[in-house]
Design a protein around this ligand. Structure first.
Ligand code: GTP
Ligand code: MN
Ligand code: MN
Length: 610
């Protein structure tokens, strides 16, 4: 039993345009769902869908006294994270995808998708999910419609985006929108019983940057399935941004207010996954005189404003954050955000119906149900929560959400940070020498392969330029060129770039820098630089703070000696790093912009002089 074209028309709201109905009908004819449902984003709809999922076993309702209106989902062990090896950029020319992406011919991929999607939604409802990335109707915001056969996706999209009737109304008024199609790839034959996490062993996460289309097959998890996030807001948006002169970045956005002067500063920061964006976005300063407010924790869309400065919005409406390690100690603001109206995926369940993960506030209880649904005790060898288990929670609930987080025109950016996990070589903070050096800093970001790869030889790094390696929708070297173009366009109004590293270790393997709330000290120095209050000294990788200028008041066990360790740079190690970076750049052939190569040459000169 497949839905008919007439049934789709009957189900559609008045605001659904012919173009929308045509899209829905075309996909329905291919995927053959049993029913089509247009989501309106209402509370009533949320209550109904979550109750249905509790009924079907996909959701467990958490104890309403502990965590009201919140749910736990457990995925299959084979569907727990983004799948980079199955993520494709289908541009006409292979070189436009570049050496860091998996490329596929668009016509060939369409053939594969036509086969995969044929009947893929049999026995299921196809949900039509209209959404806005960014505040509804805002000048920097953009719209999309995701078709998905997963109610889990509908509920997550409701938290992560402005989803529902209002987005559909904007589309009916003629706004552009991006079509996105998602199936878990698990059709149900008549009478066949559903599983609690339907998905397919074979996965395709595909992007067509020239026609702004997204097709995702086989996975129900996070970035693979919530197509507004990485697929649209980064991969597709980065290609749109290059075409139209703006920027789509893997960056948090925060506001720092000086309590003394009342002056506001806005900072964005790009760190690779699990390198502290969500933590920095919700920072609790340990030094007096500053207030931090969160604008976004993962993605920034930035455009030049009428005054020639760069303005950023957070295109998302929620946080999809890593659960393990999050506690009232490490990130109290995140903990208070997710105390209600939230979805948890692949964490453990306590006997009293709440969630638990490694590194949360509470020591391991004597009994849990682990993320696989099995009994768990502290004697178990396995982790109770999956390392990539996540919370989906409304940004508006964050106690320090910035009052302007939904300002349609965004906030004017004063500084841009790049960072990664570097146990050696990279000092605490360095300011760019000149704009092209800022782009070089971003282009040469490398970060240590973490936990899962302890067997990799010490100091082994993965290049993750601009923290965009898995998210840039086109040739990475062209993306560096786009950054240089934007800098040229905005001139001295383009924010200064800083390289930061919270992760340097001493010879015994201890963190040299306390990090977390104390990162406010680095922000303090950056702000005082901007105000022209402090000087900086030229160093190997950029301009460094003077120890005397840096606020270390109240820091335990931190003195000149520790500072010197943070700023000791070994020219030989840097020689090796420069060689390695040069080797990496070779991947991109003659596409590497000349100013980037010049910056590498300048680094070599500084190394030679050191
Ligand atoms: P995605 O959401 O996957 O893009 O990653 P993210 O950048 O938001 O990472 P997140 O903030 O969740 O990463 C947190 C990891 O970094 C945890 O293991 C934290 O304990 C650690 N971390 C965050 N800030 C600091 C810091 O200042 N110092 C140290 N040592 N660790 C930190
Ligand atoms: Mn995060
Ligand atoms: Mn991210």
């Amino acid at each position: 039993m497949t839905v008919t074209a007439q049934e789709i028309r009957d189900a559609a709201p008045e605001t659904a345009t012919e173009e929308v109905i045509e899209f829905v009908t075309r996909v329905a004819e291919l995927a053959k769902p049993e029913a089509v449902y247009f989501a309106d984003g209402s509370d009533e709809e949320w209550d109904r869908l979550t109750s249905e999922m509790v009924e079907s076993g996909m959701f467990t309702r958490l104890n309403p006294e502990k965590r009201p209106n919140s749910f736990l989902a457990r995925s299959l062990p084979s569907d727990v994270a983004r799948v980079e090896s199955r993520t494709f950029i289908c541009s006409e020319k292979e070189e436009d995808a570049g050496p860091t992406n998996n490329w596929y011919d668009p016509a060939e991929m369409k053939k594969i998708l036509n086969e995969k999607f044929d009947g893929a939604m049999k026995g299921r409802t196809m949900y039509v999910i209209p959404f806005s990335m960014g505040p509804l109707g805002g000048p920097i915001s953009q719209l999309g419609i995701e078709l998905s056969d997963s109610p889990y996706v509908v509920c997550n999209m409701r938290i992560m985006t402005r989803m529902g009737a209002e987005a559909m109304r904007l589309i009916s008024e003629g706004a552009e929108w991006v079509p996105a199609v998602h199936s878990v790839g698990a059709p149900l034959e008549p009478g066949q019983e559903d599983t609690t996490w339907p998905c397919n062993e074979e996965k395709y996460i595909t992007h067509f940057p020239e026609t702004n289309e997204i097709w995702s097959y086989g996975s129900g998890y996070g970035g693979n399935a919530l197509l507004g996030k990485k697929c649209y807001a980064l991969r597709i948006a980065s290609t749109m941004a290059k075409r139209d002169g703006w920027m789509a970045e893997h960056m948090l956005i925060l506001r720092l207010t000086s309590e003394e002067t009342g002056k506001q500063y806005h900072v964005t920061a790009a760190f690779p996954s699990a390198c502290g964006k969500t933590n920095l976005a919700m920072l609790q300063p340990t030094i007096p005189g500053y207030k931090v407010e969160t604008v976004g924790d993962d993605i920034a869309w930035m455009r030049p404003g009428p005054d020639g400065r760069l303005y950023a919005i957070n295109p998302e409406a929620g946080f999809f954050g890593v659960a393990p390690g999050t506690s009232h100690e490490t990130n109290p603001m995140a903990m208070d955000t997710m105390d209600r109206n939230s979805i948890f995926t692949n964490v453990a369940l306590t006997d009293d119906g709440d969630v638990w993960w490694e590194g949360c506030d509470i020591p391991a209880p004597t009994h849990l149900i682990d993320w696989k649904g099995n009994d768990w005790t502290p004697e178990s060898d396995e982790k109770a929560a999956h390392p990539n288990s996540r919370f989906t929670t409304p940004a508006a609930q964050c106690p320090i959400i910035c009052e302007d987080w939904e300002a349609p025109q965004g906030v004017a950016i004063d500084a841009i940070l790049f960072g990664g996990r570097r146990a050696t070589n990279v000092p605490l903070v360095a300011e760019q020498y000149e704009p092209a050096h800022g782009v070089f800093i971003g282009a040469s970001v490398a970060s240590e392969v973490t936990a899962a790869a302890t067997d990799v030889k010490a100091g082994s790094l993965r290049h993750d330029p601009f923290a965009m390696l898995p998210f840039c929708g086109y040739n990475m070297a062209d993306y560096w060129g786009h950054w240089l173009d934007m800098q040229e366009k905005l001139g001295d109004k383009f924010p200064k770039v800083y390289q930061v590293n919270w992760f340097r270790k001493d010879d015994e393997g201890n963190w040299l820098w306390p990090g977390y709330g104390d990162n406010s000290r680095v922000l303090d120095w950056i702000v005082r630089r901007a105000a022209g209050e402090v000087e900086a000294v030229p160093g190997l990788t950029g301009l460094y703070p003077k120890f005397e200028d840096f606020n270390i008041e109240g820091l335990d066990n931190f003195d000149r000696e520790t500072w010197d360790k943070l700023y000791t740079l070994d020219p030989e190690a840097w020689e090796a790093e420069a060689d390695e970076t040069e080797e990496y750049f070779k991947k991109f052939g003659d596409k590497v912009p000349a100013p980037i190569l010049e910056q590498l040459a300048k680094l070599r000169e500084r190394i030679a002089e050191a």
